[in-house]
Design a protein around this ligand. Structure first.
Ligand SMILES: [Zn+2]
Length: 148
């Protein structure tokens, strides 16, 4: 799923949360985490293509799936579970719960739109496959090799 869709969805979910609970902390934490989770792509782009990548190149690299390995450190069901636990343990602290909802909706949407295998969004599952892009996201290999 693309950044503009994540942004629109995060704004919608955060707006609904604000209307339901009248909590700015909950809404803002959900909005920011639901969009900026994608900053973890920066780690993968810099690791594979170096520090000299410009903004336009960054989006091209992501769109054309130019990765041999993919870490995506914030995209993981493990974070969803840990943040759910942390939300519960803190008595549903609005900031932690907002991050929980923001990260959760983002990972669910990426899982629905980017892969047929929900395990692609498990950090442990990716780690067991040595973060090998073609194994984890086979749907994107045609796009990747068309642009090489
Ligand atoms: Zn994402």
């Amino acid at each position: 799923m693309q950044l503009q869709h994540h942004t629109a969805f995060s704004i919608t979910i955060s707006g609904i949360l604000y209307l339901m609970f009248k909590s700015w902390g909950l809404a803002i934490a959900c909005l920011i985490s639901g969009i900026f989770i994608d900053l973890d792509h920066l780690v993968d782009v810099i690791r594979e293509h170096g520090w000299s990548v410009r903004v336009k190149e960054f989006f091209d690299i992501c769109r054309k799936a130019q990765f041999d390995r993919i870490l995506l450190v914030w995209h993981g069901w493990e974070w969803v579970i840990l943040l759910g636990e942390a939300s519960w343990q803190t008595g549903w602290n609005p900031w932690i719960t907002g991050v929980f909802i923001g990260i959760s909706q983002h990972v669910v949407l990426d899982s629905l739109f980017n892969t047929r295998n929900p395990l692609s969004y498990s950090l442990i599952w990716r780690w067991r496959r040595d973060f090998h892009f073609d194994t984890i996201f086979p749907k994107y290999t045609a796009i990747k090799y068309r642009h090489r």
